[in-house]
Design a protein around this ligand. Structure first.
Ligand code: GLN
Ligand code: ZN
Length: 762
């Protein structure tokens, strides 16, 4: 019998119930008990949704983050929050979110607490709270959260499999604050893990899922060795361990993993199918092998018949040792397709969210255990859906395919090198030295949001909506002229989101109503669904930009989102490589660039905020990704005449290891986020001798603080030590949409003064 299980269920709730409960509690509008009750209710509902499984995850629920949960389970609290006397959950939120000094904690000192650092969970859009270590870190078990949830699950008749983060991944993803070696803590950490496993066993647990996704990344020898030490020490515990890896291939870590003394291994065969055959040979015959056959990172229906064709021979080989599951936790997909009311029905018939994916798992298991005939009708329906998608004219557009086939090296190449373009652009634009500009968006006020809501719900007509947006644009242009900025923007009032806005206007995209995925804490994103060949039925931004340009004689910068960012922030097709979807996006945005140029727009900014986010987990694959990502940007941007100035923008990013690729994009100017790094991020550009123009951000737009003129001058002086002054721009770190006008005006006033001071003195 093939056993079915799940690695984790999305915790946010089908209607984002957890988000609203958290935010209401944080605002003081509801009690801690009410929040805890929502948590319990969601857990109950989610176990219910998993009731057909042989084993359901317990402990995958978190009020903020599973890594932070693990830190609390291991008693690894940052020094600054120890000794807190209130509810543990309140202390947990203090680490998660920080606490400003002005807000007095109830019964506490009222002093501030810095939030834990947050970073990306592997190559997902989920962010975890980084564990903090010092050489003196001690661990102490607090199993209360897990035991409570276990008791809850048992009371509901759930066949529970607790889920924890493994010790090596836990250490690997943390940071030491004192420069000590975090691996040295392993000896101290393992007894606490052993105690945890013993405690779970004493509470009737048979299987524990222990997640070690770090195994799909490149590991140095001491870290591989840590796996041997850790799992040999834990093998005495009276539970069976299912070591779970996901998000990629084990590759050179197969031998190591196959021979660790655990009872079972889970691998992601959606992304790491090549691991399977070698592992079948390596794996001792006593071990369970769990195959993650359903994509936990995407929203497409699984081709169940194809999976069965592939799985049945493996089942013959593995017999009772075969388990099946989604590839990874379903945290990274939305909860329930049944919530969708307005989704295009054809596209909808191709999709599966978390609940539907678990149903697919049930069908697979039934077919494996009782024969395909038992689920004949389900398999036939699935086949029909897969075939409909494959042959749909909505997916396949021969014109797009033909255009793609015509891409050659010329398409992405500017006519002249930067130095020649720079002279022509300077002559045309006639900008002062240290030209000032902004990154695109201006405050998204309540009125703007309201107008958009009313337009979407049909309360106001398109004409009325356009009038309101035009009025906003006019205001934005007036303010920028009054400020004395050199290159203006239209302010992006008409855009809800920098990806969705373009997705809505491109053929090949669909949008869900409730397709939310947790990004961090209570924050969710709703990635658009790229389902078909991409084309642009008509110009998307030209009317807005030309209107804005008509209001001023200053140059107006056209504003677009680049293909790589659109791709990386969408659910993308699984029936063609990402690189092909990216090229299609590139051709569509290229047409927009050329239309803007024809309309007389002299500068065009193409944002690539998410370029770095798309980097593969293994460094050995970075080159291939950067090649097609950069080529896609070049196709988008580089069809313009020498006189047209191309800008790009990237948010906070390390540049050291990708600087050659950035230079290869060949944008005339790049604006980046540097204000909080004290311009140190520019070192990468300096060392590389980056040849084009740079606008290092001098205004931290994440903070309500108004930067002073002196501070910005100082930052620019540091920039000028690294980059020749004639190639520097003066601008904020990023867009201003989350700020208020009364913050933006004084900040930009100071920024413009700073540029004037610089012109006079440098
Ligand atoms: N042009 C966008 C804006 O100004 C850029 C946002 C981003 O880089 N995240 O909002
Ligand atoms: Zn940005």
């Amino acid at each position: 019998m093939a056993i079915t299980h799940n690695l984790g269920f999305p915790r946010i709730g089908a209607k984002r119930e957890l988000k609203f409960a958290l935010e209401s509690y944080w605002k003081g509008q509801s009690s801690l008990d009410a929040l805890k009750a929502v948590g319990a209710e969601l857990r109950g509902r989610h176990w219910q949704a998993q009731s057909a499984l042989d084993l359901a995850p317990v402990g995958d629920f978190a009020f903020y983050d599973q890594m932070l949960d693990m830190s609390f389970t291991l008693g690894n609290l940052p020094e600054r929050v120890r000794g807190f006397e209130g509810d543990v959950l309140d202390n947990y939120f203090r680490v998660a979110r920080g606490r400003s000094a002005s807000v007095a904690d109830e019964g506490q000192c009222g002093c501030g607490v810095a939030a834990g650092e947050m970073t990306k969970w592997f190559d997902t859009n989920y962010h975890y709270i980084v564990p903090e270590f010092t050489a003196d870190t001690v661990f102490r078990l607090d199993a209360s959260r897990l035991l409570e949830q276990l008791a809850e699950a048992k009371a509901q008749g759930v066949r529970a499999k607790p889920v924890i983060i493994g010790p090596v991944t836990y250490l690997a993803l943390g940071k030491t604050k004192d420069g000590s070696d975090r691996l040295a803590l392993l000896d101290r950490l393992l007894p606490v893990y052993a105690e945890l496993l013993n405690t779970l066993a004493a509470n009737g647990v048979e299987w524990v899922q222990i997640d070690e996704p770090i195994l799909v990344t490149e590991l140095e020898e001491p870290w591989r060795h840590a796996f041997e030490i850790a799992y040999h020490e834990l093998k005495g515990a009276p539970v069976k361990l299912l070591l779970a890896t996901y998000f990629g291939e084990l590759q050179d870590q197969r031998y190591l993993v196959a021979n660790l003394p655990v009872a079972g291994l889970h691998i992601d065969v959606v992304r790491g199918r090549d691991d399977l055959v070698p592992l079948l040979n390596l794996l001792p015959s006593s071990k369970i092998l769990s195959l993650g056959v359903i994509d936990g990172r995407n929203i497409w229906k699984t081709d169940l018949n194809a999976v069965l064709d592939w799985l049945e021979p493996i089942q013959l080989q593995l017999g009772e040792r075969l388990w099946i599951a989604p590839s990874c936790s379903l945290l990274h997909v939305p909860v329930d397709l049944d919530s969708e009311q307005t989704l295009d029905s054809e596209v909808r018939s191709w999709l599966a969210f978390a609940k539907q994916k678990l149903d697919e798992l049930r069908i697979l298991a039934t077919a494996l255990n009782q024969g395909r005939h038992v689920v004949q009708s389900e398999l036939a329906a699935n086949r029909a859906a897969i075939e409909a998608r494959r042959s749909s004219p909505r997916v396949n557009n021969p014109e797009v395919k033909a255009a793609l086939a015509k891409i050659d090296a010329e398409l992405g190449r500017r006519k002249s090198p930067y130095s020649e373009r720079a002279d022509k652009q300077a002559a045309r634009l006639n900008l002062p030295r240290f030209p000032t500009t902004t990154i695109g968006s201006f405050p998204q006020t309540g009125e703007i949001r309201q107008a958009r809501r009313q337009f979407k719900s049909g309360e106001i007509e398109e004409a009325a909506y356009v009038e309101i947006m035009r009025a906003e644009i006019a205001r934005c242009v007036r303010e920028q002229e009054a400020l004395g900025l050199d290159v203006l923007v239209h302010g992006e009032a008409e855009r809800n989101d920098m990806v969705e806005y373009f997705g809505e206007q491109l053929d090949g995209y669909a949008f869900s109503q409730f397709g939310w995925v947790q990004s961090y804490g209570s924050r969710c994103v709703k990635p658009p669904i790229l389902f078909g060949d991409i084309s642009r039925p008509k110009a998307m931004t030209v009317d807005w930009i030309t209107y804005a340009q008509s209001l001023t004689t200053k140059p107006m910068k056209g504003m677009l989102t680049g293909p790589v960012t659109i791709l990386n922030w969408s659910f993308v097709r699984d029936d063609q490589p990402r690189s092909v979807s990216c090229q299609q996006l590139a051709l569509a945005i290229r047409e927009e660039v050329l239309d803007l140029e024809r309309a007389g727009v002299r500068l065009i900014q193409i944002d690539e905020a998410a370029l770095r986010e798309g980097l593969p987990l293994r460094k050995s694959q970075w080159g291939a990704y950067l090649d097609w990502a950069v080529e896609s940007f070049r196709i988008t941007a580089n069809g313009v005449a020498d006189e047209t100035q191309i800008h790009t923008h990237m948010c906070y990013s390390e540049f050291n290891d990708i600087i050659a690729a950035i230079a290869d994009m060949d944008a005339d100017a790049i604006t980046i986020e540097t204000s909080r790094s004290d311009m140190e991020l520019l070192d990468a550009f300096d060392d590389f001798k980056y040849p084009n123009e740079i606008g290092p951000g001098v205004y931290d737009i994440h903070s309500p603080n108004i930067p002073t003129e002196e501070h910005m001058v100082q930052l620019m002086r540091k920039a000028a030590e690294r980059i020749p002054a004639e190639r520097l721009w003066v601008n904020p770190d990023c867009g201003l949409k989350t700020r208020q006008w009364d913050e933006v005006i004084p900040a930009l006033t100071n920024m413009v003064s700073a540029a004037k001071t610089l012109r006079a003195s440098l």
